[in-house]
Write a protein that binds this ligand. Structure first.
Ligand SMILES: Nc1ncnc2c1ncn2[C@@H]1O[C@H](COP(=O)(O)OP(=O)(O)O)[C@@H](O)[C@H]1O
Ligand SMILES: [Mg+2]
Length: 232
């Protein structure tokens, strides 16, 4: 059976995936800070808005005003869609820790009411950091991802990596709720004079895909993957 795909909006990434992200997947985008996770997530939302989909941005990092300003720098007109009600931005503050589980339930109820098609959680690492026990960390991720699955929403969860095992998320839990894992990383050239950004699809359920490492750049309109160049 042919799996339905949606466009990520990231030049080059859809080619690597053979046509886009499988619809309804939860995809983790993991990497160290400054590798473009937030940028990739915003670009994914921007693509949805351009396709007239209702989108949901769940942010633990930024207030909605600040997020809309960052988006504007890349030429993503979040403000317009936010004002029209097509883009929902939810700021979840880590300081509201005690309340977060009930907020997640409330948020998942909103998905269906608003016919949401795409969602971003930026970042899942900050969300799980709120809890001390692994059981609670796992619960919050499962509650959210179940709500997304039940509503057929395609989503991106961003996360930090474990610096001693760069192919895993920091708390090792994100992989379990994800249908796909994309790794963003940095590497130096041989002479140690330049740093490159790299992208690699580590896992994507239900489809064949490249596992090669590709270079990418963050340009004025967002991320561009050089899918014709592969690195070792
Ligand atoms: N307007 C821009 N043009 C080009 N590069 C940018 C721009 N804005 C941010 N960047 C690059 O993107 C990096 C931050 O990306 P971000 O998506 O916030 O990363 P992460 O979420 O992984 O920490 C910055 O360190 C900078 O190198
Ligand atoms: Mg970020």
């Amino acid at each position: 059976m042919e799996i339905e795909r949606i466009k990520s909006g990231i030049t080059g990434l859809d080619e690597i995936l053979g046509g886009g992200i499988p619809k309804g997947h939860t995809v983790s985008v993991i990497g160290p800070f400054g590798t473009g996770k937030t940028t990739l997530a915003m670009q994914f939302i921007n693509q949805g808005l351009l396709e007239n989909e209702n989108c949901f941005y769940l942010s633990l990092e930024e207030e909605s005003e600040s997020l809309m300003k960052t988006a504007e720098i890349f030429g993503f007109n979040f403000k317009k869609y936010y004002d029209e009600g097509k883009l929902k931005i939810f700021r979840l503050s880590p300081s509201d820790a005690s309340d977060i589980s009930s907020r997640i339930k409330e948020i998942t109820e909103e998905f269906r009411e608003n016919e949401i098609k795409r969602l971003v959680l930026d970042s899942a690492s900050l969300l799980t950091m709120v809890f001390r026990e692994d059981q609670d960390k796992r619960n919050v991720l499962f509650t959210l991802s179940k709500g997304l699955k039940d509503s057929g929403i395609t989503s991106i969860f961003t996360g930090e990596i474990d610096l001693s095992n760069r192919q895993s998320s920091r708390d090792g839990l994100l992989e379990y709720v994800s249908d796909g894992v994309i790794l963003l990383d940095m590497r130096k050239n041989d002479k140690n004079t330049e740093t490159y950004l790299t992208i690699q699809v580590l896992k994507m359920r239900k489809i064949p895909h490249s596992r090669k490492i590709y270079p990418f750049e963050i340009k004025e309109n967002g991320i561009e993957v050089q899918s014709e160049i592969t690195l070792l």
